[in-house]
Design a protein around this ligand. Structure first.
Ligand code: GSH
Length: 198
């Protein structure tokens, strides 16, 4: 099985960490989405990563569909069995992915638009959502229980992306969140190698 990914991609990091945690073997294949290589766009018309290629050629995307696929592949080891806990994990994943969506929107706005038409109110609107999301997490810190779940990997990927692309801009007032990656690393040392990296 192959995972099409890029080192800086937070959603790819989420999936790589989860598959590694579950001991699911896969080959990580680095792709440049800007170049729209055939291996990517033939599998995923959206040209986005992560895209997972199963042994029978099935392409699976996006990251949440891949996470659910990994859950089934691992004998249901990625999300809690009890309904209430499972919903909690899925909502945590939705929140952290949603914050990541806002962060990526900001990065793309600055990277892809000519400087003179970068729309600062749009960036501010995205950042407000990031701030609200981080404050919510700070006030409701998810526990690292006996097993890690999809929500934890999404949160690790989102915080890793903040550390990579927004250093010095998010930490204020979020002490528990700044301490969380270290606690997560204690439980999952591979975070050091698999977190989003430039
Ligand atoms: N909702 C998707 C988002 C995937 C996504 O936006 N990936 C980015 C990289 S982190 C990407 O492929 N960007 C290139 C593009 O949008 O063309 C997921 O969870 O997989």
């Amino acid at each position: 099985m192959k995972l099409l990914y890029a080192p800086a991609s937070p959603y790819s990091a989420k999936v790589r960490m989860a598959a590694t945690y579950l001991n699911i073997p896969f080959e990580a294949v680095k792709v440049d989405t800007a170049a729209a290589p055939a291996i990517l766009v033939d599998a995923n018309p959206l040209g986005k990563i992560p895209t997972w290629l199963a042994d029978d050629g099935t392409a699976i995307f996006d990251s949440r569909a891949i996470m659910q696929y990994l859950h089934r592949l691992s004998g249901k080891a990625l999300y809690p069995r009890k309904d209430e806990k499972r919903t909690e994990a899925e909502v945590l994943e939705a929140l952290c992915d949603g914050i990541t969506d806002c962060l990526l929107a900001i990065v793309y706005e600055k990277r892809l638009r000519p400087a003179e038409i970068v729309h600062q109110p749009y960036i501010d609107r995205q950042w407000t959502k990031v701030e609200r999301g981080l404050s919510h997490l700070e006030a409701h810190m998810p526990k690292l229980g006996k097993s890690l779940h999809g929500g934890h990997f999404s949160m690790a990927a989102m915080l890793g992306y903040l550390m990579l692309r927004f250093p010095g801009q998010w930490e204020n007032g979020h002490v528990a969140l700044t301490e969380w990656p270290e606690k997560f690393r204690d439980r999952f040392p591979e975070f050091s190698d698999l977190r989003p990296a430039g």
